[in-house]
Design a protein around this ligand. Structure first.
Ligand code: MG
Ligand code: MG
Length: 265
């Protein structure tokens, strides 16, 4: 046993949380720029360039690029790709769903959030998957309050997804966030009420349900990055950055920029 590796949550001060809000908002605005551009015929590589240029223009740096050997600023996961898809030259087509996950570092702190976009008209059952996954995110956030435990977050997400017969991905989880992209604790999208670490003021986490239309099982492609559903059915992914302040969850990121851009399309 290596005691030096004992899990330790780094609770943040009010000042740190304000910097983290700024970092999260850099990513929120980046996703807004992506929302303006994304559509049929656009490629993941185009979005990656746009994201990198925008982040650098905000006195921030891409959060994923170079980390764990990640080659890109955004991760772009299309249809049966769950997360960690690498941006490619393949144009998006009508009916695709595209998860764009983006990270940025601002004043030493990470922002990390994701939105799943619809390309033109998608099938009703896929649109419902996206709606329910977004609802799962909001229910998970609501459970991130003082007095609850980490397991309550996953419980809320899992219950809502499984009610629809969806698969809740087990192999990838949300996480603590701060001066590192992945800090303690892990925040699974499944769980049991009242289990896990107590939620306390100053906790900063990324909550990110990954919900599959079919099986919860996933596999990794030969590129050693892209995670896909085992049955090839679509998957959705939404992610926000949260701080616990005065006992309550505060969302540091926002989808307002995305929604504003999409409403103008
Ligand atoms: Mg992310
Ligand atoms: Mg994350």
């Amino acid at each position: 046993m290596n005691l030096l590796k004992a899990k330790m949550i780094k609770y943040k001060t009010a000042d740190e949380i304000e910097i983290m809000r700024d970092a999260a908002q850099v990513v929120s605005r980046t996703l807004g720029k992506i929302a303006e551009r994304i559509g049929p015929g656009v490629t993941g590589k185009e979005l990656d360039t746009l994201a990198e240029e925008y982040i650098l223009s905000q006195d921030a740096t891409p959060g994923f690029k170079g980390l764990y050997g990640c080659p890109s600023t955004v991760l772009v996961s299309v249809n049966e790709q769950v997360v960690h898809g690498l941006p490619s030259d393949i144009p998006f087509k009508e009916g695709d769903v595209v998860s764009v996950d983006c990270g940025a570092v601002y004043k030493g702190y990470y922002g990390d959030h994701a939105y799943t976009f619809q390309i033109g008209e998608v099938k009703p059952e896929v649109k419902k998957l996206l709606d329910v996954t977004h609802e799962c995110l909001m229910l998970g956030i609501a459970a991130a309050k003082a007095g609850n435990r980490i397991g309550d977050i996953g419980f809320a997400i899992q219950q809502h997804a499984e009610k629809q017969g969806y698969g809740v991905v087990r192999d990838l989880v949300g996480h603590g966030l701060g001066t590192k992209l992945h800090e303690d604790p892990q925040v699974p999208n499944y769980g049991r009420r009242g289990r896990g670490k107590k939620i306390e003021n100053g906790l900063t986490i990324a909550i990110e349900p990954m919900i599959n239309l079919g099986t919860e099982r996933v596999k990794i492609l030969d590129d050693e990055w892209t995670i896909v559903t085992e049955d090839g059915l679509p998957s959705a992914h939404f992610e926000h950055d949260i701080a616990v302040v005065d006992g309550k969850p505060v969302i540091l990121s926002t989808f307002d920029y995305v929604e504003e851009a999409l409403s103008k399309k």
